[in-house]
Design a protein around this ligand. Structure first.
Ligand code: TXA
Ligand code: MG
Length: 323
């Protein structure tokens, strides 16, 4: 191969999620490398959470503002307990939804082995115990908590396939493990448990707010965060998931210069779900936005999506894509 001499950008190796691939991923992570891994929500860009150098590499690869903290992925509840304080409410949520697409914002333990940049200086840490068998196999083989934001350039459309990662982070990641398409397709629900006994949903996701309320009662009134900036979860910045073209929402029909993403009876150039199934729509959302970004049309139109269940999370992402 002469590729090394002619290209300044390293090719991004994509490997199958067989035993050898998982072992290489764990080895690269232990050595402080960056590995993109499939989860049940989106692909994550993982690094060992206890290493300042490895975590700094995540921020660099994503071009992520350094005030935006990362989610730490743990194999089980015992590992979560070593990093954060889980009160009785947290235990109940973990029991109900872990492993799975729920992230809990909890008080971090002072002695927890976490790089400072993981929490961006906050007294809390966001923990998630993922369900995806490949992510779990790598967590087990590495034997370390892994910091992992979505594996895309900051502010861009999230990846739900290995090819999306390779396209967004070409040359910036040591290894991509291919686990096929992500099942849920949108990022985990983030719940912050407050010291006053209240809770807030910081990001809608696959676990509906009603499922949390059923266990904890209604959420607290929304107030600004302690810092007073209101961006405690800066992933919630108004513009995010941006496909690089204007996006028009609630479009039952499209103009000639628009790539149309359909849903239900609205056909479109591609559909999120011809049957009007919201779970299917969530799973296909980011792939459709990637396709729309690459299409010839200079604009994107998206069919109306009902605002219930996971539709709330889909519309949350679409509003930010359109902002
Ligand atoms: O499904 C997911 O959660 C994916 C997969 C890879 O697990 N990860 C993900 O990570 O979406 P990321 O970094 O793209 O989103 C992390 C979100 C951001 O909105 C961030 O601001 C918020 O979590 N966050 C992290 N730590 C926090 C903390 N201590 N307090 C409040 N928000 C926090
Ligand atoms: Mg993200």
């Amino acid at each position: 191969m002469t590729g090394n001499s002619q290209a300044s950008i390293r090719p991004t190796p994509i490997r199958q999620a067989d035993a050898a691939g998982i072992a290489s991923a764990a080895e690269a992570l232990r050595a402080g490398g960056l590995v993109a891994l499939p989860t049940e929500t989106v692909y994550g860009l993982a690094a060992r959470a206890d290493s300042d150098r490895a975590v700094a590499a995540i921020y660099r690869a994503k071009g992520r503002p350094d005030f935006n903290p990362l989610i730490v992925h743990v194999l089980d509840l015992a590992e979560a307990e070593r990093l954060a304080v889980l009160d009785e409410r947290a235990q109940r949520l973990a029991e109900a939804f872990w492993p799975g697409p729920l992230t809990l914002v909890l008080p971090r333990r002072a002695e927890a082995p976490l790089a400072a940049a993981v929490t961006a200086g906050l007294a809390t840490v966001a923990l998630r115990c993922p369900a995806h068998p490949i992510m779990r196999a790598v967590l087990a083989a590495a034997g370390l908590p892994l910091a992992a934001p979505s594996a895309n350039r900051s502010g861009a459309v999230s990846p739900t396939r290995a090819e999306h990662v390779a396209a967004s982070l070409a040359g910036k990641v040591d290894l991509v493990i291919d686990g096929g398409a992500c099942e849920a397709g949108i990022e985990s629900t983030i719940v912050a448990l407050r010291g006053d006994g209240g809770w807030q949903a910081l990001r809608p996701g696959p676990i509906a707010q009603a499922q949390i309320s059923a266990l904890l009662g209604p959420p607290s009134d929304v107030t600004l965060s302690a810092s007073g900036t209101g961006i405690e979860a800066p992933g919630q910045l108004a513009s995010h998931y941006a496909p690089g073209k204007p996006v028009r929402l609630g479009a039952a029909a499209a103009a000639a210069d628009e790539f149309h993403i359909g849903f239900g009876a609205v056909g479109g150039d591609v559909t999120l779900s011809a049957e009007g199934d919201l779970a299917e729509a969530a799973a296909l959302l980011y792939a459709a936005l990637h396709q729309a970004a690459a299409a010839a049309q200079p604009r994107i139109a998206v069919a109306p999506i009902p605002d219930d269940g996971i539709g709330l999370a889909i519309n949350d992402r679409l509003r930010r894509a359109a902002a």
